[in-house]
Design a protein around this ligand. Structure first.
Ligand code: NAP
Length: 317
């Protein structure tokens, strides 16, 4: 039987699917693989299912031309932790799990936007601290989102799922900036430029992939283009935003608030962000629901099985 390595404990349903086709080794830790573990996994297993945090850099693939592993079936749609080109050069294919994560991640974007705009985390902290003094007409006024403009950066699967939610659910106007023009089911305006989107939006949501192309896409200059009451929501990858510049923009009141699911150096979240009331912080919850994680796991396993049977991969990169 072919050997498969799971770099983290998986939902039982996905584990059972893997065990039906492979001899499975499940690493019993929830921490990222170390470089030596990654190299060993390429030597020892036919397929590896890695995930976020497992940094398969070009260095890890060095000299792996003849290694046993021929497929990294990534658990997750984001794959900026894997140097796909370096893998390809040594004959290792990479797949991901697109689609399985779309709706759940869009939900988290919407939740973060609502929490940030309506000051939900701050309000919850107030109640929990026993400091709430009661309702009054000017208590904790936030930003009402109906009729306002939501600027979506990265109009792919998740971006479009967010657009549906904000248009049909909240009655917001949708504007977007992406690499290409999109034919969409709801009214949405393609911004002339990233700056134009930032200047016109009441909420800006990031839904681009991570990686070199989008690193610090939002830096000091971009934050300066935003409106002072506007909120920045990041469900993409932490390094899409220059975190130091974001902290400065929040501290100086250049923007109204931020809702973050991802960070530059996860799981480290800067003290300055944790101190600010107008910042909503989630621990990378985008896909954190059992059935979503099961679907992601099953998709990764299906790619592994296709590879095993010499069939075309379902989600090749
Ligand atoms: P996708 O369908 O590939 O969409 C990405 C979109 O970003 C595409 O529309 C692409 O434009 C656009 N884009 C790429 N580079 C850009 C750039 N430099 N400037 C502007 N737009 C750019 O991917 P997805 O499934 O929606 O996922 C997006 C990302 O979300 C993932 O890669 C992952 O990192 C992140 N994510 C996070 C979580 C979480 O837990 N927080 C969960 C799932 C995913 P074109 O279509 O024009 O090429």
């Amino acid at each position: 039987m072919a050997e498969l390595y799971l770099t983290r404990p998986m939902p039982p349903k996905a584990l059972r699917a893997a065990q039906a086709a492979f001899n499975v080794t499940e690493r019993p830790l929830n921490t990222p693989l170390k470089k030596g573990e990654m190299r060993a996994s390429l030597v020892l297993y036919d397929v590896v299912i890695p995930t976020l945090g497992d940094l398969f850099t070009a260095e890890v693939f060095e000299g792996m031309e003849g290694s046993r592993c021929r497929l990294l079936a990534n658990f997750g749609v984001g794959y900026n932790h894997i140097d796909v080109e370096a893998a390809r050069k040594v004959g290792i294919a990479v797949t991901n799990t697109p689609g399985a994560v779309t709706e759940a991640t869009a939900d988290i974007a919407l939740m973060l936007m609502l929490m940030s705009a309506r000051r939900a985390a701050e309000g919850e902290r107030l109640v929990r601290a026993g400091k709430w003094t009661g309702w009054h007409p000017t208590q904790m006024l936030g930003l009402h989102l109906g009729g306002k403009t939501c600027g979506i950066i990265g109009m792919g699967r998740i971006g479009q799922a967010i657009a549906r939610r904000v248009h049909y659910g909240l009655g917001m106007k949708v504007m977007y900036h992406s690499r290409s023009y999109k034919h969409l089911e709801m009214p949405a305006r393609a911004a002339d430029s990233l700056e134009a989107l930032l200047a016109a939006s009441d909420c800006v949501i990031l839904a681009v992939p991570g990686g070199a192309e989008t690193r610090h896409l939002i830096g000091a200059a971009e934050l300066a283009s935003m409106r002072p009451h506007a909120h920045l929501i990041n469900i993409a990858r932490g390094d899409v935003v220059d975190e130091t510049a974001l902290i400065a923009a929040l501290q100086s009141g250049q923007i109204g608030g931020a809702g973050l699911d991802v960070y530059e150096n996860e799981p480290r979240v800067p003290e300055a962000l944790r101190q600010m009331e107008n910042v909503t912080l989630l621990p990378h919850l985008g896909t954190a629901a059992l059935d979503v994680r099961e679907e992601m796991g099953l998709m990764a396993v299906e790619n592994a099985i296709a590879h095993l049977n010499d069939q075309p991969l379902l989600n090749p990169l």
